[in-house]
Design a binder for this molecule. Structure first.
Ligand code: GDP
Length: 371
């Protein structure tokens, strides 16, 4: 094979032979100063993502080398979708290497959030999954928030070693790499970012001054991400683009809130109390009586209760599964977190029995209230 270099967008080896395989670029594209593959070209210019035939095995093969090298592993997660951000085999890939956990999209959190609690919660969740990060840094790759702090922590923790950046697709890893490149002063290379999962195809190397490098690894696909259960258009509808505002609902017992058509929160028992919803500001929230909720869903799923939008999308959504929670009157708030969608806060002034219905595979759990 002729070496035609790597795509400046996603890092895959450029080839001009097979349109369906990764890295295809028409011969004419090779004459440009910065060469990108046709897939990245389409994403950049038409906002369209072309599927390529690269399987999970290829991704795993690339990640597999990390455990046997000495490196700092930087794992990027979306703080709105911790479960969906999780790389299942990570403890195995990492070996004995130190880990820095990066929570991205901090720009979307409501203003009065206690960031220490976010960090503690992330440490806790990581530990539950067999990983003990050295530290947690919260950033916004998109807004460029706390990138200095991130680079400083990487500098301290890597102790002269290489750095591997890992993460599943859609957590904002490419956006973060672009930020880092930007802060290193290299604007020539820009990695393709897109709202669709699966953009980075091969390892990208950013050389460091001491002869070491930062390696960006391909995003692994986590099928439990809510983004893989709905269409790209619907994904855009539930992905917040600006800071989330709290929406307060004073609920009587036996009332239900539909979060679009993607989840349902039943306030089954307890004194009247506020449920505070934190989801995309434009997501339609519908309140109804618990006894009518099944019927309402049956009748309006895909039409009024969207996303999923349309009959086909409703059919493609995994079945709803129930998750029950008993909130005690401790005086401390509790968040019920629906991964990829947001969370609902109960203030803990009164007892409450809450049942959340969410598509199978979407994790629903509780944490100490962040506010
Ligand atoms: P990757 O698949 O992990 O490389 O993810 P991308 O970098 O392509 O980003 C996925 C989506 O998340 C894109 O729509 C980005 O615009 C968005 N995104 C990335 N970083 C941030 C961030 O800091 N804040 C917000 N609000 N969105 C972000």
């Amino acid at each position: 094979d002729q070496n035609l270099g790597a795509c400046a967008g996603c890092g895959v080896a450029i080839q001009t032979e097979d349109k369906k395989k990764p890295g295809y670029a028409p011969a004419s594209a090779l004459e440009r100063k910065v060469v990108i593959c046709q897939r990245c070209f389409r994403i950049k210019h038409y906002n369209e993502v072309a599927p390529v035939s690269m399987g999970d095995d290829d991704f795993l093969r690339i990640l597999d080398g990390i455990g046997s090298t000495q490196a700092l592993v930087v794992m990027v997660v979306d703080i709105f979708d911790f479960q969906g951000s999780w790389l299942k085999g990570l403890p195995r890939f990492v070996g004995n290497n130190p880990i820095l956990l990066v929570g991205n999209k901090v720009d979307l959190l409501p203003r009065n959030i206690n960031l220490n609690r976010v960090r503690n919660w992330m440490q806790h969740e990581a530990k539950e999954r067999g990983l003990r990060p050295q530290d947690v840094v919260l950033i916004s790759a998109q807004k460029g928030l706390h990138i200095d702090e991130l680079l400083a922590r990487i500098g301290e923790l890597r102790k002269g070693r290489d750095v591997y950046i890992v993460g599943v697709t859609n957590v904002g890893k490419s956006t973060m790499i672009n930020r880092i490149l930007h802060d290193f002063g290299s604007t020539e290379l820009e990695i393709t970012t897109s709202p669709f999962p699966g953009t980075t195809l091969d390892k990208i190397e950013i050389p460091l001054e001491d002869g070491r490098s930062i390696f960006d690894t391909p995003g692994i696909i986590n099928r439990e991400q809510i983004g893989h259960m709905i269409t790209p258009t619907d994904l855009r509808k539930i992905t917040p683009t600006s800071r989330i505002n709290a929406k307060v609902y004073q609920l009587d017992p036996e009332q239900t809130l539909f979060l679009g058509g993607l989840a349902r929160v039943d306030f089954v028992r307890g004194p009247k109390q506020p449920l505070v919803v934190y989801v995309d500001n434009d997501l339609y929230i519908h309140r109804t009586k618990l006894e009518k909720a099944d019927e309402v869903l049956e009748k309006h799923h895909g039409t009024m209760l969207v996303p999923p939008t349309g009959e086909e999308a409703v059919q493609a959504l995994p079945q709803f599964v129930k998750h029950s929670f008993k909130i005690k009157a401790t005086g401390m708030s509790t968040d019920i977190v629906i991964s990829g969608l947001g969370w609902v806060t109960l203030q803990g002034k009164h007892e409450a029995n809450v049942v959340v219905h969410a598509p199978k595979g979407v994790s629903v759990g509780i944490r100490k209230g962040l506010i």
